[in-house]
Ligand binder design. Sequence first.
Ligand code: HEM
Length: 117
Amino acid sequence: MDALIHLFVGLHIIGIASLLGGFLTQMKAMGQGTARFVPAMLHGALTMLVTGVILVGLNQAEDYTVNNVKIGVKLALLIVILGLVYVKRDEEKVDKGLFGLVGLLTMANVFIAVMWT
Ligand code: HEM
């Protein structure tokens, strides 16, 4: 089961790469007010949700301690990210502030994941 958990942590990290990478490719456009939520961001956010929920299940099945408050905060932030990216996925230009917020929340989740012990 540990190998499966590690596999899903790997997939979880591929999800971050897609979400954050998609955001980073739009940073120059964001400065000009022409950034858009690229498909990689939506798919990355969905991957985070699916792999995250599976990771909770796998860890609980093994009786490993899961920090429910930390996971709850990550889930809440991801729901905001996913909601914004999904609703605005077809808009050719997204407001600078809103676009920046998605990047900020994603980075906040990375630091919550690695620093909240
Ligand atoms: C943008 C959103 C998210 C980011 C950037 C993120 C980031 C990370 C990172 C970097 C790790 C590996 C580090 C470690 O093991 O300590 C991790 C592990 C994990 N994530 Fe996420 N995560 C996100 C969303 C979620 C969601 C929504 C859930 C659950 C519903 C979740 C559940 C987990 C679990 C269970 C682990 C492994 C156990 C742990 O260390 O806490 N994650 N996440």
